[in-house]
Ligand binder design. Structure first.
Ligand SMILES: Cc1ncc(COP(=O)(O)O)c(C=O)c1O
Ligand SMILES: N[C@@H](CCCC[NH3+])C(=O)O
Length: 453
């Protein structure tokens, strides 16, 4: 069966794919392939859709970009321009945000095994909120606060006990999860009591996150129910009134024509309405609702551009058409069996003649980016664009097979700008040291054959 992608794309009169008004092939001429391109207007537009829903529903809120989806100085600058919050999950993401002069007070720090150094960095830089995940972290924080006395806002992450309808690796809210305090066994209460005894820990709310790439609202309904139940319990037991209810992210996006997710902001509307209803029923003040979208903000705005190279035809099997990237710049198909769709950027609507596998250049049979891609006639040198690769593509990229990571370009207002340079072979060896010379023992410098080759 020949399927056609029906994701939102723009083409010009010459049937060329355009991104933010610029021809993809022009970007390739200038910056080479593989290339990651973001249409920044699309990111801003989704941010505004989320904010609009909260404003329509007249709720206190924060939209916090989950920067693990794509982290760089430039994206933090965009988030700062849009007056967003962000969340970071490592010292590296935090460092990048601070380098971008992103306001520290609008940063939440997540993670299930933050190190003492990372927590200290967060305190020193006056990060707005630490989302505390476990008892070890509470101990680290208490000991750090003895050394560097300051008050810090914290949110306790709980595991809401909800299994989201998504890939197993993308589920985070079930009871058997490495993230957050378990509610039923009393861990969440215990954490509350520890926090309550330390006046430097200012508890502003609770957090739950059920997973990623979720299409159905049921998981979020259940999550809200569980989190609100906990707040009702804490009101009764401790007379605690939560300022914030952080429900996490996970709103799914369309990758292929058969995906039919609800608009992410509509999932959020339902969350708001459910929280309001539960608050009213239980006579609790409505907390500010925080969301943490990652994929839905940057995913659809991203394109991966590749040059087509070799092909292999085997009688009675689907051909392999190889591109100059693969699992090193997009691990998602290999790791989660994720589906993508693409177009030939230099002839988007040319008649389809075959269905192929789009394979990468990595030395792995599993390095298949798309399992069943309709293609027009192609030849080496054509440009293949994979759509909706903006989330968890570059951010999960590796140097497998010592391939340099691609460049990243932002396009906005008909202009393109490089925001992450392409890695070079030299970059790849910059961290290497010369083993033989340092500790090789019987090193014979005169006859060093490694140098003569
Ligand atoms: C705590 C937390 N918040 C937000 C997100 C962002 O999820 P998504 O990119 O699916 O919106 C994640 C990732 O799953 C997460 O673990
Ligand atoms: N990396 C995952 C989603 C993020 C999970 C983070 N909790 C994916 O690409 O689908």
């Amino acid at each position: 069966m020949i399927m056609s992608a029906n994701l939102d794309i723009e083409t010009n009169a010459e049937d060329q794919l355009t991104i933010g008004g610029i021809e993809a092939t022009k970007l390739v001429q200038q910056y080479g392939t593989p290339l990651n391109v973001y249409d920044v207007a699309r990111i801003r537009s989704q941010i505004r859709k989320f904010k609009k829903v909260f404003e329509e529903e007249q709720t206190e809120y924060e939209v916090s970009y989950a920067s693990k989806a794509f982290s760089s100085i430039a994206i933090f600058q965009v988030m700062s321009q849009e007056n967003m919050h962000i969340d970071v999950v490592s010292g590296g993401e935090l460092y990048t945000a601070l380098q971008a002069h992103f306001p520290a007070s609008q940063i939440s720090f997540h993670g299930n095994n933050k190190s003492r150094e990372e927590l200290s960095m967060a305190l020193e830089n006056h990060v707005g909120t630490i989302i505390v995940d476990n008892f070890h972290e509470l101990e680290l924080l208490q000991s750090l606060l003895e050394e560097q006395p300051t008050t810090v806002n914290i949110i306790l992450r709980v595991a809401p006990g909800v299994s989201a309808h998504t890939h197993e690796y993308d589920q985070t809210g079930q009871i058997d999860s490495k993230f957050g305090f378990d509610i039923d066994s009393g861990q969440a209460d215990q954490a509350f009591e520890i926090v309550n005894q330390n006046s430097n820990l200012n508890l502003i709310g609770i957090h739950g996150h059920i997973g990623s790439q979720i299409f159905e609202s049921e998981g979020f309904d259940l999550e809200v129910e569980r989190l609100m139940q906990l707040l009702v319990h804490w009101k009764k037991r401790y007379d605690f009134v939560s300022e914030v209810l952080n429900v996490g992210g996970g709103f799914g996006i369309q990758y292929v024509g058969t995906d039919n997710p609800p608009a992410p902001e509509e999932l959020v509307r339902q969350i708001i309405q459910n929280v309001r209803q539960a608050a009213e029923q239980n006579h609790l003040p409505l907390p500010a609702i925080w969301i943490e979208p990652g994929r839905s903000l940057v995913g659809p705005a991203g394109y991966s551009l590749y040059t087509i190279g070799s092909r292999k035809d085997i009688p009675n099997y689907q051909p392999y058409v190889s591109v100059d990237g693969g699992m090193g710049d997009n691990i998602r198909p290999a790791l989660y069996q994720a589906d993508y769709s693409g177009v030939v950027a230099n002839k988007v609507h040319a008649p389809v003649v075959e269905n192929v596998r789009i394979s990468g250049k990595y030395c792995e049979s599993g390095d298949i980016l798309i399992k069943n891609q309709p293609l027009p006639e192609t030849k080496p040198g054509d440009i293949f664009a994979i759509l909706a690769t903006g989330a968890y593509g570059y951010s999960m990229a590796s140097n497998y097979n010592r391939n340099p990571r691609p460049a990243v370009v932002f396009v906005e207002n008909d202009r393109a700008q490089i925001v992450i340079k392409r890695e070079t072979f030299q970059d790849l060896v910059n961290l290497d040291s010369e083993y033989f010379i340092n500790i090789g023992g019987n090193y014979d410098k005169e006859n060093d054959r490694t140098r003569n080759y």
